[in-house]
Design a protein around this ligand. Structure first.
Ligand code: IPE
Ligand code: IPE
Ligand code: MG
Length: 225
């Protein structure tokens, strides 16, 4: 049975769910947040050490302003009102991505939540916010270049946002789309990938557990036989 240390999720399909069920994309984002809470609780139950959630990509800035504002409003509310989920379950929150682009109030809340949860050790949630894998790899290589350090696998790894985070065992993408959309391209070299037809707001704990069970039985080779 394969151990599960790290699950990463591309939470896709909110917009389509919103249009189909409530005639607004933003209603889908709101519904998607409920799934986030359910999957966090289930991950704690399953003793998963790292849960990485793709929340906003470097490319998502192309969306209409009203949708971007709505998404950051949801994030702000979550950080203000749901912190007890993190505290109660001893969950540490870490942001992966470039925080520079965010408003002062979001930056303040993110830093506050990271500090407040930094000693928690049951599970770590890595929230990928303004995250882009290409940008992350370029930054890592530039840092090595500036410090005249060797471009080695270890040195690159240690300069990614995911420094100190083991590579994901499982990557799930909901929303019936089979692409990676600039997510963890370096880190998923040997990750098992599961594409899920359901849209993120419809994804349940049961669907999640089914994927975990499938994963446990896989034969992982890492190049060996
Ligand atoms: C993913 O859902 C959530 C974010 C990108 C924030 P989408 O908003 O991409 O939903 P679809 O793919 O348009 O349905
Ligand atoms: C990926 O979904 C980003 C997040 C889930 C945050 P997108 O919906 O942005 O991906 P594309 O644009 O369809 O590839
Ligand atoms: Mg999408």
């Amino acid at each position: 049975m394969n151990p599960i240390n790290h699950v990463a999720i591309i939470m896709d399909g909110n917009g389509r769910w919103g249009l189909r069920n409530k005639s607004s994309r933003n209603a889908g984002h709101k519904a998607g947040l409920k799934t986030v809470e359910k999957i966090i609780i289930e991950s704690v139950k399953q003793k998963i050490r790292h849960l990485t959630l793709y929340t906003f990509s470097t490319e998502n800035w192309k969306r209409p302003k009203n949708e971007i504002d709505f998404l950051f409003g949801l994030l702000e509310n979550f950080l203000k009102n749901k912190i007890e989920i993190l505290v109660k379950n001893k969950i540490k929150l870490k942001i992966i991505g470039d925080k520079k682009a965010f408003s002062k109030s979001i930056k303040f809340l993110l830093n506050k939540t990271e500090t407040k949860t930094s000693k928690n050790n049951v599970m770590q949630i890595n929230l990928a916010l303004n995250y882009g894998s290409k940008n992350e790899i370029i930054n890592a290589v530039s840092k090595l270049n500036n410090q005249k350090l060797k471009i080695s696998e270890e040195n690159i790894q240690n300069n990614l946002f995911t420094k100190n985070i083991p590579d994901p065992d499982i990557l799930i993408r909901t929303g019936d789309t089979k692409r990676l959309s600039n997510f963890l391209l370096w880190q998923i070299a040997y990750t098992e990938i599961f594409f899920e037809k359901k849209l993120w707001p419809d994804f349940t704990e049961h669907d999640f557990k089914k994927i975990l069970e499938k994963f446990k039985k896989l034969k992982r080779n890492f190049g060996n036989i």
